[in-house]
Design a protein around this ligand. Structure first.
Ligand code: PXP
Length: 242
């Protein structure tokens, strides 16, 4: 069965909009797990714009299944990972100004840096996945660099419609099969939502899907009516007790 890792960065983004204490990403992680999530993903960015070191520490204490730490392959992040011991690390390229991770790792340009990062993490006992574009060269280099898994970038597929989407889906399908043949476990993610997830989930050989934005967005929509009703209830209670 394909596992679902839920990315709760977006809950932290909402908290940081007020620099306050709510919503609490750790509570969101608990609710996601109660809903059936097989794991929780957090991306600790260099600029700490959403998830903070404290969130990662608390997640490690409370997440009972797979805690996936997404991170750039920097010395600082490798040290944090080895201290925190998530169940796996997903290495991503990280640009400071990007809104979200924009593309997969350029394995050709970063081969030795990624290989060294994988070595350190694996020596510390942490399995490593690489976020890469759906192309054979990147997959081949990921296997050579010692990765345990790859996460195929589905953003190109998610951004398209109709014929173009079908073409991108085919690229993802081929990449999954090529990565399997290269001996890697294969995940996929980025931009998957309630309208486009099914064709990806139907691909044979996928280990897991990693989804964030669409799930948190839907949570706002399905929860808003209840939240307003609760506020109205409090106001009505206060009015009647005046
Ligand atoms: N996988 C990776 C490597 C990512 O960087 C992200 C975004 O944080 C996701 C999956 C989830 O993408 P989305 O939020 O679009 O579902």
């Amino acid at each position: 069965m394909i596992i679902l890792g839920v990315n709760v960065d977006h809950v932290a983004t909402l908290r940081e909009a007020r620099k306050g204490t709510e919503p609490e990403p750790v509570f969101a992680a608990g609710l996601a797990i109660m809903g059936g999530a097989d794991g929780i993903t957090v991306h600790l960015r260099e600029d700490r714009r959403h998830i903070k070191d404290r969130d990662l520490r608390l997640m490690r204490e409370v997440v009972p299944n797979e805690l996936n730490l997404e991170m750039g392959a920097t010395r600082e992040m490798i040290k944090i990972a080895l201290e925190t011991m998530p169940d796996m690390c997903t290495l991503v390229p990280e640009k400071r100004q990007e809104l979200t991770t924009e593309g997969g790792i350029d394995m050709k340009a970063n081969f030795s840096r990624i290989r060294d990062a994988i070595k350190k993490l694996k020596e510390g006992g942490i399995p490593v996945s690489l976020f890469i574009n759906p192309d054979e060269r990147g997959i081949e280099l990921s296997a050579r660099a010692g990765a345990d898994m790859v996460e195929i970038h589905t953003g190109y597929y998610s951004n398209q419609k109709g014929k173009a989407a079908r073409k991108e889906l085919e690229r993802v399908r081929k990449a999954v099969s090529f990565a399997q043949e290269a001996g890697l476990q294969v995940n996929a993610g980025h931009g998957l939502n309630y309208s486009n997830v099914k064709p990806v989930a139907a691909i044979d050989g996928l280990r897991g899907l990693y989804i964030g934005h669409s799930i948190i967005s839907r949570a706002v929509m399905v929860g808003l009516k209840k939240a307003v009703r609760e506020m109205k209830g409090l106001i009505a209670q206060a009015e009647s007790g005046r």
